[in-house]
Design a protein around this ligand. Sequence first.
Ligand SMILES: [Fe+2]
Length: 291
Amino acid sequence: MIIESHEDVTQAVLAEMHRTPNPRTKELLTLLVKHLHAFVREARLTEKEFQEAIALVNAIGQRTTPSHNEAMLLSGSLGVSNLVCLLNNGAHGARPTQANNLGPFYRAGAPLCANGDSIVRSPTPGLPLTFNGVVRDEHGKAIPGVEVDVWQSSPQGLYENQDPAQAEMNLRGRFVTDSQGAFGFRSVKPAGYPVPTDGPTGVLLAAQRRHNMRPAHLHFLLCKPGFKTIASQVYDPDDPYLETDSQFGVTRALIGEFRKRGDGYALEFTFVLEPGESGRPKPPISEKALA
Ligand SMILES: [Fe+2]
């Protein structure tokens, strides 16, 4: 159609949706165009702002490498990751859930470990941590045979993929729950850490005068056929950034209790899985940063 006014632009784009064969794709694209155009109108976006926005979107891709996922980081920094998570878990947002953001640091292929093994694979100074987890269904029944991926930052606040000094797959492991639904491992207490700010996420945080810290946490990914796969994180209640997580991930249900034990800490946590589709998410990164 010939465009006569700014309203016509929106109508022209929406009119092109009718060829889209997949109904869900059609619905998503229609809503995207409606909301995106409404945003431009409401914000009265200037040409300069539009050019800056285009440059930022391009930089998201340019900054992304096999060991860094800028889009995932930015979506967490805008609260979108946790919004999607909370709308899709806990009976679609009706109940608390142990599900949480996958985050940008999950790698597939962590070594399969026996329960009780250590996931420290190269010298990693820090306070010892013993973790014991149980996986249950919605009725409290233990679920054996759940594959649990675990990953965490070092006490220096770096994941192995960010830190050439750490061994391949350091502080990562894969466990299987036993007949009691239990799994456990030994590690070191993770530290909170700054998310990278050398890309568009840094521009966003600086523009808002926000800090870039995440409170200390451990990551989990729980998979078993017949149950909805969840990513989870368990947070340190004493971390100073607990209430101001730059990724908006901390929910009440995911604050752990780190008990003093010997010269370190012990943490126990129960995960609840809902019935649903099992499947591993696409890993946001695939390799470790080079030295
Ligand atoms: Fe993390």
